[in-house]
Design a binder for this molecule. Structure first.
Ligand SMILES: [Zn+2]
Length: 65
């Protein structure tokens, strides 16, 4: 299994975490307070597996102040 190990730059849009590789696929639904440690996500758009670490809230609706 090939996994991208480099730390990914995370982008969130419309409550979804976007694929770190292509920034087009939605790989994870974000809820207020969502956290993740070494979570593997799979992008259906580009077929890349990425490991993400979410140490702060990324949702831009409920928590953005
Ligand atoms: Zn992708």
């Amino acid at each position: 299994m090939q996994v991208e190990m480099k730390s990914a730059k995370l982008t969130a849009r419309d409550g979804w975490l976007l694929c770190p590789a292509c920034s087009r696929g939605k790989v994870l639904k974000l809820n207020p307070g969502t956290r993740a440690v070494n979570l593997t996500v799979f992008c259906k758009v580009c077929g890349t597996e990425s490991i993400v670490n979410i140490d702060k809230c990324l949702c831009q609706s409920a928590c953005a102040t």
